[in-house]
Ligand binder design. Structure first.
Ligand code: DC
Length: 235
């Protein structure tokens, strides 16, 4: 008899490098499952924004720990748009600038930041019924997640998508620069000492360079359904 420790459903972890399409597939999968989507990258971005706004010295780890211990980050839906609220401030658009991406990459390597956000993510997902996307969800935050995916794509393909997004925003970049930025973020994410980006041993690997979004979501949904029916038959 399986104990129902997660009354609202299973925990689905989607990890992978920047630009693999995690946010889009996590949102579509969460909608299909009627689960809550938790964008943990947005949480790191919100922490970076507030640390900068608060003028916290990043080398003062005690101050960073105290600040992060009091952080309150939540997601709210307003007119169909998902808002990121941090310490009662709407930071949704403020956290998506190139400066914030760089700062987030730095602060996400700090232990006090990771431990505060990990605890917050575990509280949010504890009851189940969630799709969490990030870098360390299946390895560190929810190593016991019922379903784990590692969504990847070649550096060239991820850079090409990012390049098209930047061009559409009117930014003057070259494809070569974008490839080298994506490769640099991969290096930072995979080489950091704490909770580096890594595929969990029991994660299902999906390469989004070879599949369309709908196909990726369809495959993920089938894996989740299988796990959910196993869960029902074990009760
Ligand atoms: O997914 P994203 O690009 O919004 O993530 C922003 C940064 O946060 C990125 O540098 C990696 C980091 N991050 C992390 O270290 N751990 C997570 N679980 C999610 C994001």
């Amino acid at each position: 008899m399986l104990k129902l420790t997660r009354p609202h459903g299973i925990v689905v972890a989607i990890d992978g490098p920047s630009g693999a399409g995690k946010s889009t597939v996590a949102r579509l999968l969460a909608d299909r499952l009627s689960y809550i989507q938790i964008d943990t990258g947005a949480m790191y971005r919100a922490a970076a924004f507030l640390l900068a706004e608060g003028g916290i010295e990043l080398s003062d780890l005690a101050a960073v720990a105290a600040f992060c211990g009091d952080l309150e980050i939540s997601f709210e839906l307003q007119d169909g748009k998902k808002l990121v609220i941090a310490n009662n401030k709407n930071v949704t658009d403020l956290i998506r600038t190139p400066e914030m991406s760089l700062l987030t990459s730095r602060i996400s390597a700090l232990k006090p930041v990771r431990s505060a956000l990990m605890k917050a993510q575990q509280r949010m997902g504890d009851q189940g019924g969630v799709v969490l996307e990030g870098r360390d969800i299946g390895t560190v935050v929810f190593p016991d997640a019922e379903v784990k995916f590692f969504l990847s794509a070649s550096v060239e393909e991820r850079a090409r998508r990012r390049y098209e997004e930047l061009l559409a925003k009117g930014e003057a970049v070259t494809l070569e620069e974008t490839i080298s930025d994506v490769a640099e973020r991969d290096r930072q994410d995979t080489e950091r000492a704490i909770a580096p980006l890594r595929q969990a041993d029991d994660a299902v690997l999906i390469d989004s360079s070879l599949l369309g979004i709908e196909e990726v979501v369809h495959n993920m949904f089938s894996v989740c359904q299988m796990k959910l029916s196993e869960r029902v038959s074990q009760q």
